[in-house]
Design a protein around this ligand. Sequence first.
Ligand code: IMP
Length: 201
Amino acid sequence: MKIVFATNNKHKLLEVQHILPKVYALFSLKDIGFTSDIEETGTTLEDNSDIKAQTVYNWLKDNKITKYNAVFADDTGLEVDALGGKPGVYSARYAGEPANDKNNRQKLLHELKGIKDRQARFRTVVTLIINGKTYQTEGRVEGKIDTEEHGTEGFGYDSLFIPENYNCPFACLKSEEKNRISHRAKAIENLVKLLENKDIK
Ligand code: IMP
């Protein structure tokens, strides 16, 4: 089955390539020749995930490209309890435009300075469009925000997010381990359940 992942984020792509069973052939936006920027104008992860998937699905339809069986998108946010769920849907641009991971991490550490409650979660919302129908599912992982950066693996907020039952952030873990327990791993497991559901084929 040929599936388009509506992303150009090479980190997300690599993770999903490892998580998704090999019966699914994965194609990025670059692979399919989609070069426009998709504006994430939604106010929830659900909205932005849907916007990305619908935009690419419609583009394939408009260009009469029929060789792909399905399209999906991932929108991810880091929800910090002490900040009322922020940065959440605004995680990518938390420190302002243009998006910059290092500045985002610094801003997060600054906002949490002196705050004891560091509880947070990563949440990934996946939107799947197959046979003209849209489905959403999600994956989440609970954890807490470290008081300084640790580790060199991963991307984004990985050097600050300590998953539940661990004592070091995602960036200290081997990619295989992150891909076993992460929000994205859980979201992709749920995506596979949807794809395997005979009713949607
Ligand atoms: P988006 O889903 O591409 O909008 O990502 C939102 C923000 O969360 C970006 O700043 C990403 O770098 C960050 N992000 C997304 N997924 C992860 C992850 O698995 N680990 C760490 N940061 C992530």
